[in-house]
Design a protein around this ligand. Structure first.
Ligand SMILES: NC(=O)C1=CN([C@@H]2O[C@H](COP(=O)(O)OP(=O)(O)OC[C@H]3O[C@@H](n4cnc5c(N)ncnc54)[C@H](O)[C@@H]3O)[C@@H](O)[C@H]2O)C=CC1
Ligand SMILES: O=C(O)C(=O)Cc1ccc(O)cc1
Length: 405
């Protein structure tokens, strides 16, 4: 039994305590968080609050940031990258490394992990995967144990000053397993992310950058462009800015984000961002064209399509605890089952609440997923069958579920 098994075994009682906020089961006993800025420090703060048994070692080049993280009780220890204690932690108890720095710092840490012979799990929070995927493949001693991650939550603030223990609550957290990802590794990472009260969305790693260009990187550049436009029209007194109503503020909040961080993100996702910006320019052009042509129908259609799409944006979902569904999938003679199944489930909007692997015999296991009442279960079933899986679904009662963990 590993340390983390022991933690897991101890967790159900804690999770049942009715009065205090329950501590989540901790799949890792010791975690290194590299980069203690908005995201890394929020992760450390969340772990301290929700998985207090986890020993977090923080790493940051800024000594004051390290001191703050320890003072606040978010990290047991925190140090600069050259501190011997960091190497000792990686070579010793560390079970998970989370890289939460700007993308420019990635090579340095992957090289250190290589030089220190680290073969444990590695994930990250970096907004783009262009660089880190290639670097992890080249540098990590166990590249199959790198699972790209990306919390789709944050803010326009930077550094530990903006960090919050509730930043990830209800947020989507992308994980990108591939066919080499060991089922147990993905199961533990899934538990880790769910323990932060975020929701895992599985995505093929090669699709990540194009997808986030559309929902995150182009919007950031559009928000910045709106501020450029307004600034160009502001006189010395800035009076035009005082006219800005809620809509302007809603659509430009993210423009206050760190220019250095966002320049790094843009250049690591240059191709998808360029394509997205060109599409965006064409869409803005179609409004201008309709105006020039006096074409009210087209103009109204463009607005109406956008209004419908905005109203249909998924609201925060409160899953019904009465409608859980278990999906059981034999994993005989097939690698990459977990990555494939979870990616299919996410693509049809299904939310996996927990993952269990029942080992039936040597080399023979059944993957058991507990789904909440979200997404298109019919499409899930069809796609899994088309992908060659033999699947069985059964509704489960909340009481039964209490014993699944
Ligand atoms: N800001 C946001 O809303 C989100 C950011 N991300 C991604 O997460 C990562 C971190 O972003 P933020 O926390 O917002 O950045 P941040 O600017 O708030 O913090 C970065 C931290 O990394 C430290 N740092 C810089 N270089 C370092 C190095 N070589 N070694 C150790 N520490 C170093 C800085 O001192 C700082 O504390 C980035 O890759 C970003 O793209 C992901 C989701 C949301
Ligand atoms: O502030 C917000 O609303 C964001 O959308 C933050 C954000 C910034 C960068 C990411 O890669 C993901 C999320």
């Amino acid at each position: 039994m590993t340390d983390s098994d022991a933690l897991n075994d101890a967790a159900p009682e804690a999770a049942c305590a009715a009065d205090a906020p329950a501590a989540a089961a901790a799949p890792f006993a010791s975690v290194a968080v590299i980069g203690l800025g908005l995201i890394g420090a929020s992760l450390a703060a969340t772990l301290a609050a929700k998985m207090p048994g986890v020993r977090v070692f923080g790493v940051d080049t800024d000594a004051a940031t390290c001191a703050t993280a320890v003072e606040r009780g978010w990290c047991a220890e925190a140090a600069g990258p050259d501190d011997a204690a960091f190497r000792a932690f990686v070579e010793g108890p560390c079970e998970l490394v989370v890289i939460a720095t700007p993308v420019a710092a990635v090579d340095d840490y992957l090289t250190r992990l290589r030089d220190w012979g680290y073969t444990g799990l590695v994930t990250d929070t970096i907004s783009t995967k262009g660089h880190i995927l290639a670097a992890a493949e080249e540098l990590l001693p166990a590249p199959a144990r790198y699972v790209p991650g990306h919390p789709m939550a944050g803010s326009e603030q930077s550094g530990i000053a903006g960090a919050r223990a509730d930043l990830f609550e209800g947020a989507n957290w992308i994980l990108c397993p591939d066919e080499r990802t060991a089922p147990e590794d993905f199961q533990h990472l899934h538990e880790f992310v769910c323990g932060l009260e975020a929701r895992v969305v599985s995505l093929r790693r090669e699709e990540h950058d194009a997808a986030v260009a559309i929902v995150s990187h182009v919007p950031h550049m559009v928000a910045s462009s709106l501020m450029q436009l307004a600034s160009a029209h502001a006189d010395d007194t800035g009076s035009i800015m005082r006219l800005a109503a809620g809509g302007f503020k809603d659509t430009t909040r993210i423009a206050a984000g760190s220019p250095k961080l966002w320049c790094g993100i843009a250049f690591d996702n240059a191709e998808a961002l360029r394509d997205g910006l060109a599409e965006m320019a064409a869409i803005i052009g179609s409004f201008a064209d309709a105006l020039a042509a006096g074409d009210r129908d087209t103009f109204t259609r463009l607005l109406a399509e956008a209004a419908d799409a905005r109203r249909a944006l998924p609201a925060a979902w409160v899953p019904s605890t009465e409608k859980l569904l278990e999906v059981r999938i034999p994993m005989v003679n097939r690698t990459g089952v977990v990555a494939e199944v979870c990616t299919i489930a996410s693509s049809v909007g299904c939310n996996i609440q927990s993952i269990d692997i029942d080992h039936i015999s040597e080399g023979n296991a059944v993957l058991s997923l507990i789904l909440t009442d979200e997404g298109d279960v019919g499409a899930l079933s069809l796609q899994l069958i088309n992908a060659g899986f033999s699947v069985s679904f059964s509704p489960i009662m909340p009481k039964e579920y209490a014993h699944v963990d």
